[in-house]
Design a protein around this ligand. Structure first.
Ligand code: ZN
Length: 332
């Protein structure tokens, strides 16, 4: 067993506002005279989304937000993350703390500065919430396009309802692609294979956040494998939100067996209490994936277009180094 924190990895399905280190959020809450505790369970995905809304109101300045972003990058680097691409939603702070542009600029600057400090790379997936952001989607995509090549690497969509009516966002996806951004869509989380097809066909998504319920359709799995659409899978989140019954029956091994490229991600560590490294531990312990298989997952991160050539080379060579090191860590 090799040390999983030492395995170099990308972390690309990580919602900024649900991923700030818990201690950093608690410090901020104390400054506001509040306490912050994350519930152990959520009765439903709806409960989760209402809890999720507790953090942004604690943030009272762009300085607070920058501090949280820095804490996140430092924590991720300590887990062996060489490329971090959080899903950012400046609309959770704008216009309260500034314009969409100013909030995005503050987030990007904080991520980039901290990433430089740690010697890693950070991108950002500017995300439209398909349940509620249609009225501001034009503004969001303009900001995403403005920061393309300057810290924003993707345009994302996320929401509870799947299929999400993604045709409503087709023009936004086209705009983002023209600006050079990858289009990434949540699908196959609460919805089935039809939601994955919607993301591919209506939005032209080239990466899927979750995608796990594609496993119910051989033809959709075949297409994901054939087109090498990376699915950014979050096993612990899936169980905690009840979209999968348990880790033992999680569809990730089915995706992998079908040749679908996948990465492993925490989704919202603040709420689920498990890091990106813990997701690899789940794969080792619940699915019996070997270190060779875990290295293959880590290498899949190289398919994410946000990585610079240097980061991609570093990822691939350091994964090889990890695999050629002696296995020392004993399974607990
Ligand atoms: Zn997500």
């Amino acid at each position: 067993m090799r040390d999983l924190d030492a395995l170099p990895k990308v972390h690309v399905h990580v919602h900024l506002d649900g991923s700030f280190p818990r201690a950093a959020v608690q410090r901020l809450a104390r400054r506001r005279g509040r306490s912050f505790t994350a519930p152990r369970t959520f009765a439903s995905v709806h409960d989760f989304f209402s809890a999720y809304g507790e953090v942004p109101p604690l943030v009272e300045s762009l300085g607070d937000l920058a501090d949280l972003c820095r804490s996140l990058v430092l924590a991720e680097a300590a887990h062996g993350v060489v490329y971090l691409e959080p899903a950012i939603e400046p609309q959770l702070y704008a216009p309260r703390l500034g314009s969409l542009h100013d909030v995005t600029a503050a987030i990007i600057a904080a991520l980039q500065t901290a990433a430089d400090e740690c010697g890693i790379q950070a991108g950002a997936n500017l995300t439209i919430n398909t349940d509620q952001d249609l009225p501001i989607a034009d503004d969001l995509v303009l900001v995403a396009a403005e920061f393309a090549g300057k810290g924003v690497t993707a345009l994302g969509t996320a929401g509870f309802v799947e299929p999400a009516g993604l045709a409503r966002f087709r023009a936004h996806a086209d705009h983002a692609r023209t600006a050079g951004l990858q289009v990434v869509s949540h699908a196959g989380q609460t919805g089935g294979p039809d939601s994955v097809l919607e993301a591919l066909d209506e939005l032209g998504a080239t990466r899927i956040s979750h995608g796990i319920h594609a496993a119910r359709s051989t033809s959709v799995l075949d297409r994901l494998a054939r087109e090498q659409i990376v699915c950014d899978v979050c096993p612990v989140s899936n169980v905690r939100l009840g979209v999968v019954a348990d880790l033992a029956t999680h569809p990730a091994p089915t995706l992998r067996a079908a040749g679908v490229p996948l990465t492993l991600n925490a989704d919202d560590e603040l709420w689920f209490g498990k890091s990106v490294t813990d997701q690899y531990r789940v794969a080792r312990e619940a699915w019996n994936w070997s270190d060779e298989a875990l290295a293959e997952v880590a290498r899949t991160g190289a398919l994410v277009p946000g990585l610079s050539d240097d980061t991609r080379d570093r990822l691939l060579s350091s994964v090889d180094e990890w695999l050629s090191s002696s296995p020392t860590e004993r399974q607990p």
